[in-house]
Design a protein around this ligand. Structure first.
Ligand SMILES: Nc1ncnc2c1ncn2[C@@H]1O[C@H](COP(=O)(O)OP(=O)(O)OP(=O)(O)O)[C@@H](O)[C@H]1O
Ligand SMILES: [Mg+2]
Length: 241
């Protein structure tokens, strides 16, 4: 059931308002995101215009299936059960684009104000604010408690014990509280070959984390070409501007 504060006071949640000659779509159906909401969600400027509509779908890479899965996740409100995604793939294939598009859509469709963090920047910010200080605790609590957390580029580097502990704290608390995590990464969650010490999140962060993430995050491999600097993207951007 929708909570009262989520219901538009103009159309009472129907999406339509009466006009002289019938009905028209309510203004809430054309909701956009203000700069203050982007700030609250911590979405970087480069990604603020990224959405499902401007993601160029290549059927060869099954992009259409990824997008419909992400849309279904919102429609079915799976985030309420603490479910999320682990978007994995090579650089430039659109993982961050898709994670931001999901955050946007959650706000537009469900009024959920989530939080985006590039993992390395989050660790840096926590380290820079004096360890154990009020401000570092505030950042940490916000990350643990936000309704939907995007951890971008997890596992991009070998972690110090301190960084591992912090990430453990965040992930385990969110897992225990059924709070969803949307994770993007260049490396697999678990090694495919148990005998080989292949680079994986399991190897970098330990099996306790990998096991929990594999339970609550559906793995979505994102394939495609590196779109950074691609002509196709330039063409799309010039059309949009
Ligand atoms: N299929 C696509 N359609 C439209 N734009 C795309 C697509 N794939 C990537 N892009 C664009 O290419 C750029 C790089 O994509 P993005 O940052 O999402 O890649 P990534 O997979 O997160 O890479 P990395 O692993 O290096 O972080 C962004 O501007 C993004 O919007
Ligand atoms: Mg990325």
């Amino acid at each position: 059931m929708k909570s009262k504060e989520n219901v538009c006071p103009i159309c009472k949640g129907t999406g339509w308002v009466e006009v002289k000659r019938g009905v028209k779509k309510c203004s809430c159906q054309f909701k956009s995101i203000s700069s203050s909401i982007y700030r609250r969600m911590n979405i970087p400027k480069r990604y603020q215009d990224k959405n499902f509509n401007n993601f160029i779908v290549n059927k060869k890479y099954k992009h259409h299936l990824i997008i419909s899965r992400l849309k279904d996740y919102i429609i079915l409100e799976e985030y309420k059960k603490g479910k999320g995604f682990f978007l994995v793939g090579k650089p430039g294939v659109g993982k961050t684009h898709l994670a931001v598009a999901l955050l946007r859509e959650l706000f537009l469709k469900k009024n959920i104000v989530g939080l985006f963090y590039d993992t390395r920047s989050l660790l840096f910010k926590l380290k820079a604010s004096f360890e154990g200080s009020e401000s570092s605790r505030e950042i940490l609590e916000e990350v643990v408690n936000t309704p939907v957390l995007v951890l971008d580029d997890l596992g991009s580097e070998r972690l110090s014990d301190w960084a591992r502990d912090i990430l453990h704290y965040i992930i385990i608390n969110r897992y225990n509280d059924l709070k969803p995590m949307i994770i993007t990464s260049n490396i697999e969650l678990k090694s495919k070959n148990e005998d080989e010490l292949e680079d994986s999140l399991e190897e970098r962060m330990g099996s306790a984390i990998a096991s929990r993430l594999s339970e609550v995050c559906e793995i979505l491999p994102v394939k495609g070409q590196d779109m950074r600097g691609s002509k196709l993207l330039e063409l799309q951007e010039s059309k949009g501007s």
